[in-house]
Design a protein around this ligand. Structure first.
Ligand code: PLP
Length: 453
């Protein structure tokens, strides 16, 4: 029997990424408030937010400084846009700070309201740039199977997950997918991580050659894959891939929507993994998830091409009402101030070994085939048989069951395709809370094992 609020929800809301059929029976988990790494439901029950919301609430819940920054800006100037040369101080300040923080040479910053919009703008700008440069055939984009880049028509086409393609008539033409760099699943018996990386690079090169390098504009990659399974690339992967991209003048776009702002213990994930992208996309932790804000970095060659198009066409024909929203920018400015003042990125790096050691111990559990992560992100794969890595039938939904047990234990984690579970807590998590997280997850795995038996 659903509570009153749950019944009202079921009758009125469509929930993203939810089984709309079973949801009618289960109803929602309705959250009411949060503090630190904890969120509370409408009955006052606490849950450790082991997913930082959706990989975003890096500074945890109830951060009064962020609330204050929003309130101040709301009072001063709640809306202003950046169209037709208009501007406002919060956007200028944020662009300046981001330019300083960018790990790659950056000319300008363009703001969006989400990660999808950021990657969508990247795609459009690649096409725009190659038209400006007089190479109108160089438009195809390669992303990776299991990569996640968003849900607009273009970014769902980049995304390499069946659920985002099946019956959506996607991907659209010109979007290709390379292999997912998952050593546990993809490597041949006895193949080292380095050898596997070299093989994937050779496969990518063959793919680019088969397509004709003059038709391939860019390669998109998350440093650590998030929604596709919280998958850490094998050793040497990005340097090997990047050498191929450089050979064929294929630009690299780093999707830092999850890894940006400290998740891997570095400001940007690419710094921890040897990526040298031309441009990168960011969102989520920029405001600690408190308000929607994303964006992209623009390098000088891209900016030059955009300038030329303004001369040719009379203007830059792209932008959305809320891009560079002043309240979101004010919150981001305050969040970045807190990141720097409180050494949030360094502290994430300091806590990572403790987190990773606890994650690694899960590999001893009879249901866990892989437990691997980086920084403060972890991916766990549940298998039916460890030696053969045999998976459970997808319809048994074992990881979903485990996540439900975790919720029952007072822990929020996320199940992903292929019976994977992601863990990605706020960066401000304390060591004892890391222990609580993994104790609860272990209990959830034990209950899952008992349920299967
Ligand atoms: N890119 C990555 C790596 C993501 O994880 C996400 C969302 O989870 C997106 C892009 C899309 O961002 P949004 O949901 O804000 O559109």
């Amino acid at each position: 029997m659903l509570s009153n609020i749950a019944a009202r929800d079921v009758e009125t809301l469509i929930h993203p990424y939810t089984n709309l059929s079973t949801f009618r029976e289960t109803g929602p988990l309705v959250l009411e408030r949060g503090h630190g790494v904890w969120v509370y439901d409408t009955d006052g029950r606490p849950y450790l937010e082991g997913m930082a919301g959706l990989w975003c609430t890096a500074l945890g819940y109830g951060n009064e400084e962020l609330v204050e920054a929003a309130a101040e800006q709301m009072g001063r100037l709640p809306f202003a846009h950046l169209f037709s040369g208009r501007s406002h101080d919060p956007a200028i300040e944020l662009a300046e700070t981001l330019k300083e923080l960018m790990p790659v040479p950056t000319s300008k910053i363009f703001f969006t309201s989400s990660g999808s919009e950021a990657n969508d703008a990247q795609v459009k700008l690649l096409w725009y740039m190659n038209n400006a440069l007089g190479r109108p055939r160089k438009k195809k984009i390669i992303a990776r199977r299991k990569g996640y880049h968003g849900v607009t028509v273009a970014t769902a086409s980049l995304t390499g997950l069946p659920a985002n393609h099946a019956d959506w008539d996607l991907p659209i033409a010109g979007f290709l997918h390379a292999a997912c760099p998952h050593h546990y699943r993809g490597a041949e018996a006895g193949e080292s991580e380095e050898a596997y990386s070299q093989r994937l690079a050779a496969e990518l090169e063959a793919q680019i050659l088969a397509e004709d390098p003059d038709t391939v504009a860019a390669f998109f990659a998350e440093p650590v894959m998030g929604a596709g399974g919280a998958i850490v690339p094998p050793a040497g992967y990005f340097p090997a891939i990047q050498a191929v991209l450089d050979r064929y003048d294929v630009r690299l776009v780093a999707d830092e929507v999850i890894c940006g702002f400290g998740r891997l213990g570095t400001w940007f994930g690419g710094e921890a993994l040897g990526l040298r992208p031309h441009t990168l996309s960011f969102a989520k932790a920029l405001t600690s998830g408190y308000l929607p804000l994303g964006g992209i970095s623009i390098d000088e060659p891209l900016y030059r091409a955009m300038l030329d198009e303004s001369v040719k066409l009379g203007g830059f024909g792209h932008g959305t009402t809320y891009s560079g929203h002043p309240v979101a920018c004010a919150v981001a400015n305050r969040a970045l101030h807190i990141y720097r003042r409180d050494r949030i990125v360094e502290r994430a790096a300091e806590r990572a070994p403790h987190f990773q050691a606890a994650l690694a111990r899960l590999a001893d559990h009879p249901l866990v085939g892989e437990a691997r992560g980086m920084g403060l992100i972890g991916g766990i794969e549940i298998v039916a048989d460890k030696p053969s890595k045999r998976q459970f039938e997808p319809k048994a939904a074992v990881a979903a069951r485990c996540v439900a047990f975790a919720q029952d234990e007072g822990l929020i984690v996320r199940f992903l395709a292929g019976d994977r579970i992601a863990v990605c807590p706020p960066l401000v998590i304390e060591p004892d809370e890391i222990d609580t997280l993994f104790e609860r997850l272990t209990r959830a795995l034990d209950r899952t094992a008992a349920w299967i038996a």
